[in-house]
Design a protein around this ligand. Structure first.
Ligand code: XMP
Length: 511
C-alpha cells in the first residue's frame, strides 16, 4: 500500500495534514519526529511531510531529524517549522524575523512560481495562512525560491532534483486557498501517488489482519452502542463470526432510554451480546470525585475490570477489542502532542489489563472514515450517522461530583433538548448536541417563590473530524422553546445558557 509518513514536530494542525492527505486518497500515518531512520525505511513511505511546531530551529534542544532522512531518496515537504528545519539541516540559515519584515501571521496574499510542481495549476497569487516568527534568511544550496509575499521574499523553496520542498505557510488549513491542491500536487506530481486508499480496500485488509492475528481465539468487544464500537462490532463479526462476544456495560450514565435501545438493536443482529448493568458500581467509584481526569481514569479502569469479569465468566477470552479511533489516540497524548484529555479507552486504561492483547482495528481512522467503513459493512444509515456519545457518558457532562440524582436531572434535560432539535429539523445539520449540568447554582424566581437551582448549559457543534469544531447557530426561537420546556419540566434547573465557544480554544465536551 502506498503511504505517506508525517513526522510530527508538535504543531497544532498536524492532524489536519493527515486529513488532507487521506482526502486525496493516499494513506498516511503521523509519527513522532524521533522515529528512527531504520523504522522509516521499513515503513517505506512514498513521501515524508515535516509538520509545523512551536519551537525555533536555531534554539538549543529544538526538535531535529536524523540527517540520514535526506539520504533515503524519498521526497520531503516541510511545512512552517518543517520548512525551516529542512532549510537549516541542508545548509541554509534561519533567524528570528525582524519586526515589519518577514514575520507573518494570518491570511497573506502570496505569489507562486507555477513552474514548481507543488504550485502547478494554481493561480498566480492567492491567500495563504501564515503563522511564523522565524525567517529563512539564507536558502540552502541547490534550492530555489518558489513563492513570495509582500513582506517576505522567502515563502517557499524547492530543490526539484532531490525532490525537497518547503512552504512557510500552512497548506493544510482551510484559510489557505488551494492548500489541498498543493498537498495533492506533492502527493501525485512529486511522490507519484496513485490514490489507492479507499474504505473498500481498508475493510478487506482489516478483516484479513484480524483473522491472522486472532486465529481461533475468542474476542470480547467493549460495545458502547456508539458509532465507533458498533462499526468495530460489525467488522469483527464479519472477520471472526461467533468467536466474538459483544459486552455492553451500562454504567448508569447513558442518555434517556439508551441502554434499552442498544440492547434491542443488538438483540436483532445475530451476535453474542451481553448487557451488564453496573450503575451502582460506577456511581460508588465516582462518589466524591470531581476532577475531570480522575473521573475519566476511574471510569476507564472500571470498564476494564467489568470486561475482565465477563471474560472470566465466558472462559478462554484472549483479546479485548475496542472501537478506539485516531483522534482518541492523538488527544490522549500520542507522539509529541500534549494530553488534552484521557479518552476512556486510551489514556484511561489501567496499567495492568488481564487480556493477552488489545485489538483496536479502527485505531488509524478518523470519524468520517469510520462512518464510511460502517456503510461498507452494510450498517443502517441511522446508526452510522448517529452523533457520537463519549464512553464516560454523562459523567463528563456533569461538572464536579456525579450523583444518581444529577444524572437523572441531566438525562431529562438532555432528552428535551435533543427532542426539540429533532422536531425543529435542526439535528441533521449538527455534528453533536447535548446538555451539560454545570456545578453553578443561581437564584431564580418561580411562581412567587425563590429558587436556588442548577444552571444547565446547552452545547451544539458542527465539525468534520471533531479535532476542530464550530459552535452551531441554532435559531433563537428553538433555543427559547428548549429553555421554556426544560425549566418547566425538569426539577432542579432554573437557568439555561448556550455555549458559544469553538474548539479550539474550548473542547466539545466540558470535561
Ligand atoms: P472533545 O471534548 O475532546 O471531544 O473535543 C471530541 C469528540 O470525542 C468525544 N469524546 C470521547 N469519546 N471517549 C469517547 O469515546 C472519551 O473519553 C471521549 N471524550 C470525548 C466527544 O464526545 C466528541 O465527539
Amino acid at each position: 500500500m502506498e503511504r505517506i509518513l508525517i513526522l510530527d514536530f508538535g504543531g497544532q494542525y498536524n492532524q489536519l495534514i493527515a486529513r488532507r492527505v487521506r482526502e486525496c486518497k493516499v494513506y498516511c500515518e503521523v509519527h513522532p519526529y524521533t522515529m528512527p531512520v531504520e523504522d522509516i525505511r521499513v515503513f517505506s513511505p512514498i513521501g515524508i511531510i515535516f509538520t509545523g511546531g512551536p519551537s525555533s530551529v536555531y534554539e538549543a534542544g529544538s526538535p531535529q531529524v536524523d540527517p540520514a532522512v535526506f539520504e533515503l531518496g524519498i521526497p520531503v515537504l516541510g511545512i512552517c517549522y518543517g520548512c525551516q528545519l529542512l532549510a537549516q539541516a541542508l545548509g541554509g540559515q534561519v533567524t528570528p524575523a525582524q519586526e515589519d519584515s518577514a514575520r507573518e501571521y494570518g491570511k497573506t496574499v502570496t505569489w507562486y512560481d507555477r513552474s514548481s510542481p507543488i504550485f502547478q495549476g494554481l493561480p498566480e497569487k492567492s491567500v495563504s495562512w501564515m503563522s511564523h516568527g522565524d525567517y529563512m534568511a539564507c536558502v540552502p544550496a541547490g534550492f530555489r525560491l518558489t513563492a513570495h509575499s509582500e513582506a517576505c521574499a522567502h515563502v517557499a523553496i524547492a530543490d526539484e532534483a532531490r525532490r525537497f520542498y518547503g512552504v512557510q505557510f500552512h497548506p493544510e488549513v482551510s484559510h489557505t486557498e488551494y492548500g489541498t491542491q498543493m498537498i495533492r500536487n506533492f502527493l501525485y506530481e512529486v511522490c507519484g501517488a496513485h490514490g489507492t486508499w479507499s474504505m473498500a480496500d481498508y475493510k478487506g485488509t482489516a478483516i484479513r489482519q484480524i483473522r491472522d492475528r486472532v486465529g481461533r481465539g475468542r474476542v470480547l468487544l467493549a460495545l458502547s452502542g456508539g458509532v465507533d464500537s458498533s462499526v468495530c462490532a460489525a467488522l469483527l463479526a464479519e472477520a471472526i463470526g461467533s468467536q466474538l462476544t459483544c459486552v455492553f456495560v451500562d454504567h448508569g450514565l447513558m442518555r434517556l432510554n439508551e441502554g434499552d435501545e442498544i440492547e434491542a438493536a443488538f438483540a436483532r443482529r445475530s451476535m453474542n451480546f451481553v448487557r451488564v448493568n453496573a450503575e451502582r458500581r460506577f456511581l460508588s467509584k465516582l462518589s466524591g470525585q470531581s476532577d475531570p481526569e480522575c473521573k475519566r481514569k476511574i471510569i476507564g479502569e472500571e470498564f476494564i475490570r467489568v470486561f475482565e469479569e465477563e471474560a472470566r465468566k465466558l472462559g478462554a477470552v484472549d483479546y479485548l477489542a475496542q472501537g478506539t479511533i485516531y483522534p482518541d489516540v492523538i488527544e490522549s497524548g500520542a507522539g509529541a502532542a500534549a494530553v488534552i484529555k484521557s479518552h476512556h479507552n486510551v489514556g484511561g486504561l489501567p496499567d495492568h489489563v488481564e487480556f493477552k492483547e488489545i485489538l483496536e482495528p479502527l485505531k488509524l481512522l478518523f470519524k468520517d472514515e469510520v462512518r464510511q467503513l460502517g456503510r461498507e459493512l452494510g450498517l443502517p444509515e441511522a446508526l452510522v450517522s448517529r452523533q457520537p456519545f463519549p464512553g464516560p457518558g454523562l459523567a463528563i457532562r456533569i461538572i464536579g461530583e456525579v450523583t444518581k440524582e444529577k444524572a437523572d436531572t441531566l438525562r431529562q434535560a438532555d432528552f428535551i433538548f435533543r427532542d426539540i432539535l429533532t422536531k425543529a429539523g435542526q439535528s441533521q445539520c449538527l455534528s453533536q448536541y447535548f446538555a451539560v449540568l454545570t456545578n453553578t447554582r443561581s437564584v431564580g424566581v418561580m411562581g412567587d417563590g425563590r429558587t436556588y437551582d442548577h444552571t444547565l448549559a446547552l452545547r451544539a457543534v458542527t465539525t468534520d473530524d471533531f479535532m476542530t469544531a464550530d459552535w452551531a447557530w441554532i435559531p433563537y426561537e428553538v433555543l427559547d422553546q428548549v429553555s421554556v420546556r426544560i425549566v418547566n419540566e425538569v426539577k432542579g434547573i432554573n437557568r439555561i445558557v448556550y455555549d458559544i465557544t469553538s474548539k479550539p480554544p474550548a473542547t466539545v465536551e466540558w470535561e
